[in-house]
Design a protein around this ligand. Structure first.
Ligand SMILES: Cc1ncc(COP(=O)(O)O)c(C=O)c1O
Length: 376
């Protein structure tokens, strides 16, 4: 590091690692000369984008004016879904922005944050930027949040606890009654953030964080249009909380954090029940296809409630990741996700899943088993 940068940089960021978004299709094309790699690495919707959202985007004829900052119609639409008042809804540039705003609004250096391990990497990243003290509580043997241990980790300086349901990178869900009991046992001045980016993929809807919010005002439920609605590129996510919490998260955001294209696309997509149903059915079929293949190959998979599966491999995760990459299939290595010995694979279309399984079988036949063994 140059002396001038050393002086400039905030001290605690000197060893700060950059966020690794995973290998892009363009990288694989460049490195291996494979024109159209199969990308199963970012938990995107393999069916594309809600057609209603695309139609709404096509209708935009000018973008010269700033969007209306309040997004009244969009907030009303989101509030109506739960018969909540619109001031219980907060909008973000992706739900990721709302995680960051939680830290800006509520967490001072040295305050405590409780998360699971492994869980969505941005919770730790934002906590580190905020100089929070992080308590990362290991998942149980089934890869599920250990809510009893998380409760024990709550101390006098704990400000926020994150529950990711379904959890990224394991795909596992918490049981409804367990999460309700956990929420009831939390001190009332600890903010419970329930990140439900994949909720729409759950068979029975799983635990609805908004039910917890109704009982416990210091709760923030995060949702997004990036996953089942196929709108990751427009960057829009939203949250439900008490009007007081919403008002503080909202006042520390940038003005115009939600673009007009994002708002129009989201408003249309949220009513696209046909696309959601098709996406859910495709995901359920793809999940069966992959789980059958994993069972045939003797690979252990965590039970997934999402659009991705964490599967154990008999090599190191990164060896297998590299071997798949060379065969034109991009997944995520669990080594970078706190899940050694496993891959995180997004459930794709039938053909994408078949290509992944074929590459996996080939790689398994050529790679030697590693010393890393998978738990569970
Ligand atoms: C747990 C979790 N929350 C949120 C997101 C993304 O949210 P957004 O695109 O709305 O910022 C992801 C995406 O990978 C995720 O895994």
């Amino acid at each position: 590091m140059s002396p001038s940068l050393e002086r400039l940089l905030r001290q605690h960021l000197r060893t700060f690692a950059p966020y690794l978004p995973g290998t892009s299709a363009e990288d694989v094309a460049r490195r291996y000369g494979i024109a159209c790699p199969v990308k199963l690495s970012q938990n995107e919707n393999p069916l594309g984008t809600s057609p209603r959202a695309i139609a709404a985007l096509r209708e935009l004829s000018s973008l010269n004016a700033y969007a209306e900052d309040e997004h009244v119609a969009l907030r009303a639409r989101l509030a109506r879904a739960y018969a909540l008042p619109p001031d219980c809804v907060v909008l973000g540039h992706g739900s990721n922005e709302l995680v960051q705003l939680v830290f800006t609004a509520f967490v001072d250096p040295g305050d405590g944050v409780v998360i699971a391990r492994p869980t969505f990497s941005l919770f730790r990243k934002d906590a580190e930027i905020a100089q929070a003290r992080i308590d990362a509580v290991p998942l149980d043997d089934a890869g599920v949040h250990d809510l009893d241990a998380m409760l024990r980790a709550i101390g006098p300086r704990t400000k926020v606890v994150f529950v990711c349901d379904p959890n990224n990178p394991t795909g596992t869900r918490v049981r409804r009654e367990r999460l309700h009991a956990f929420a009831r046992a939390l001190p009332p001045d600890v903010l419970l953030v329930i990140d439900q980016a994949y909720r729409e993929y759950m068979d029975d809807g799983g635990c609805d964080g908004v039910d917890i919010l109704r009982e416990r005002p210091a709760t923030l439920v995060l949702r997004t249009v990036s996953k089942i609605y196929g709108l990751a590129a427009v960057r829009f996510g939203y949250g439900y909380s008490s009007p007081e919490i919403v008002s503080y998260v909202d006042r520390v955001r940038l003005p115009f954090n939600v673009s007009r294209p994002a708002a129009e696309a989201a408003l249309a997509a949220l009513d696209d029940d046909a696309f959601v149903a098709r996406s859910r059915a495709s995901n359920a079929a793809g999940k069966r296809q992959l789980l059958d293949a994993f069972a045939r190959l003797g690979l252990h998979a965590y039970e997934s409630a999402a659009n991705f599966i964490a599967v154990g491999v008999p090599t190191t995760a990164t060896e297998m990741y590299d071997a798949l990459l060379a065969r034109g299939v991009i997944v995520r290595s669990g080594d970078g996700l706190g899940m050694p010995g496993r891959l995180r694979v997004t459930i794709g279309t039938h053909d994408e899943n078949s290509a992944f399984v074929a590459a996996l079988e080939e790689a398994l036949a050529t790679l030697r088993p590693a010393t890393v063994r998978v738990a569970g």
